[in-house]
Design a protein around this ligand. Sequence first.
Ligand code: MRU
Length: 363
Amino acid sequence: MKIDGKAYRTIWVANDGWSVEIIDQTLLPHRFETLRLATADQAAHAIKSMQVRGAPLIGATAAYGIALAMRADPSDEALEKAHAMLLATRPTAINLRWALDDMRAHLRNRKREERVAAAYTRAAEICDEDVATNEAIGRHGLALIEKAAAGKKGPVNILTHCNAGWLACVDWGTALAPIYMAHDKGIPLHVWVDETRPRNQGASLTAWELGRHGVTHKVIVDNAGGHLMQHGLVDLCIVGTDRTTRNGDVCNKIGTYLKALAAHDNGVPFYVALPHSTIDWTLASGKDIPIEERDPAEVTAIQGRMKDGTVATISLTPEASGAANYGFDVTPARLVSALVTERGSCPASEAGLLSLYPERKKK
Ligand code: MRU
């Protein structure tokens, strides 16, 4: 996507030909800065501290983390160590394991002297595949927006949660790709952006992305969606996912489940956009997905820009109050109107997923 006329991805190899650059997402929307990663440790830190975040992007960053590890030491031991270290950064998004297992499988049977080049090539392929996949998701999701637009006076009102845009991926985004395509096609749109406490990925990242692309939007507090749906102000919801299980259950940023319940109660379609790398074929249902618990300080404090332009963190709660910080929740498949993948849309069920990915049928 373009920022001030310049095309960016969220991760790329620097001009030196080996270090890796990212956009530091902890500084958005107040500052746009890029950051150089030169070691696997730095890649792990970027994922853990959420300088990069979003399921596909943490997978891509981990892939480059393996390439950086191989550059330092292409041994089997170093490969296993980097795989384990990067895997331990965040527990919920399955794309992380998918990318790391893919890298390891590509490197394991190669000679040591071939491993560095092979690792960079495969990491670049993972990034390119992510872009192509998301573009395809965008095309399939566009059809759903076109359906909502047919015969409607005024803009299509779409609600989204968290950030499943290009910042969460290498480019395009999953849930936001159809929105960008519909906007580019001239379909009148308006997006309700859930702020997405505690880290405000909606207010900070989705709103920034949409604004840069010229998509009309409004940020709403996380509790507003139900009210808007009751008053006919939402035509459809579309969100991303960090892990979708074999039966179509969807794990996504905390609060997604409540939006799906409200959508169900109000007859609003609730779509989930995802690439194949987000499907965990090993889990029969969402109840076994590990849910990340993060620092309670993300709940008790908030970051923002002061009037003088400085960015500061301020306390919200009484000093003695504890806080719980669950990062994700599971939306049962029965509340999902359709899954939108790079191969098309399907019902949120094992049969639906297998109709698009028949190679996953158990033999
Ligand atoms: O904690 P985050 O910011 O990494 O969570 C991101 C989300 O929950 C996204 O909705 C999900 O990764 C889908 S991104 C295409």
